[in-house]
Design a protein around this ligand. Structure first.
Ligand SMILES: NC(=O)c1ccc[n+]([C@@H]2O[C@H](COP(=O)([O-])OP(=O)(O)OC[C@H]3O[C@@H](n4cnc5c(N)ncnc54)[C@H](OP(=O)(O)O)[C@@H]3O)[C@@H](O)[C@H]2O)c1
Length: 306
């Protein structure tokens, strides 16, 4: 029997179970994909803990996961863009990709370029489209200086590279273990914590034009203090500060589309974008995967492989 991740009440990683489920049957416009890799994201942990119950409640039993890459196993009626055995990257909006098989809207699938690894392909959707939207929101151009918090995390590691590709100077807030990776990608690393404001001022020469916050906990306030205009600040997590200061919140919803996914996959294939893979866990170890993610020190992405 195929397996899928399920949970039937809110709680910590221990509520996650891998259970046997019937193989889904694709209806009109749907495609059955055999999952090769599925990235995991902090938002899924927040939903599972019930922290988003007012915005995005769970219905039980709930599945989990939006990101996926895999092989087309079966196509439903009225599907013209993919065929059985195609290798694809995609996404679902109904929390179901962490499974052996997933049903996907045909329009949410793009081809997997041959030289994009399964892990990178399966990790691309949420973090990639979020980073894309956040970078677009702050309208960077050559000569700008942008600061990015959580610079080596899932979203941040992609955002710093997309920001750098605009020609902007990019300062990345990260722990020292990530400084070499940032430097190797043309980013100026800045250590977070006490004194970060002074270190940013020193590293930027006092001119900061834009700020992308992927961590929360006071970075919007810091950006305002640094003199960044609210319309050039984007946070993907601190919605209270966004409402208070009138800054942008473009994230996954603003960037999510097959077109953006295909564009990002093309950049990876061309060697212009790296998706760092911190660790790959078997699907059966989904609890351990989230325990690691919830430490909030992942460099890049954690991926599940059925
Ligand atoms: N709005 C949306 O559409 C959207 C979409 C995706 C994600 N999100 C949210 O965005 C956040 C980031 O997601 P993610 O997938 O990138 O998470 P992640 O991969 O877990 O990123 C964690 C990163 O945070 C860094 N970090 C830890 N403590 C820090 C501190 N005090 N200051 C600055 N950085 C610190 C870590 O850096 P070090 O290892 O260097 O310590 C690590 O690189 C999550 O809260 C997630 O829920 C929102």
């Amino acid at each position: 029997m195929p397996r899928a991740v399920r949970f039937d009440h809110y709680g910590g990683p221990e509520v996650l179970q891998v259970v046997e489920v019937p193989r889904p049957i694709p209806g009109p416009g749907k495609v059955l994909v055999r999952v090769k890799a599925a990235g995991i994201n902090p938002g899924e942990a927040s939903i599972r803990k019930g922290l988003m119950a007012d915005r995005w409640p769970a219905t039980f039993p709930s599945g989990q996961g939006s990101d996926l890459a895999g092989v087309v196993e079966e196509v439903g009626p009225e599907v013209a863009n993919v065929a059985v055995r195609d290798e694809v990257i995609g996404f679902v909006n109904n929390r179901s990709s962490q499974a052996d098989y997933v049903l996907v809207e045909a329009g949410n699938l793009v081809p997997r370029p041959a030289n994009v690894s399964w892990e990178q392909a399966g990790a691309l959707f949420v973090a990639g489209t979020t980073a894309y939207a956040a970078v677009r929101a702050v309208a960077l151009s050559e000569g700008d200086t942008v600061v990015i918090s959580g610079a080596a995390g899932g979203v941040g590691s992609i955002a710093v590279q997309l920001a750098r590709a605009t020609g902007a100077r990019v300062l990345g807030l990260a722990g020292s273990a990530n400084h070499k990776w940032l430097t190797d990608h043309g980013i100026i690393p800045v250590t977070y914590g006490d004194g970060a404001e002074d270190r940013i001022r020193a590293a930027s020469g006092g001119k900061v034009d834009a700020f992308i916050d992927t961590f929360g906990g006071g970075y919007v306030e810091l950006a305002i203090k640094l003199g960044v205009a609210p319309n050039r600040i984007d946070t993907i997590i601190d919605f209270a500060a966004a409402a208070k200061y009138g800054v942008k919140t473009d994230g996954n919803q603003a960037g999510a589309s097959a077109e953006v996914l295909a564009q990002l996959a093309g950049m990876v294939a061309a060697g212009r974008l790296e998706i760092p893979i911190a660790k790959v866990y078997p699907l059966a170890d989904v609890r351990d995967a989230y325990r690691e993610l919830e430490q909030r020190h992942t460099q890049g992405k954690i991926v599940l492989e059925p």
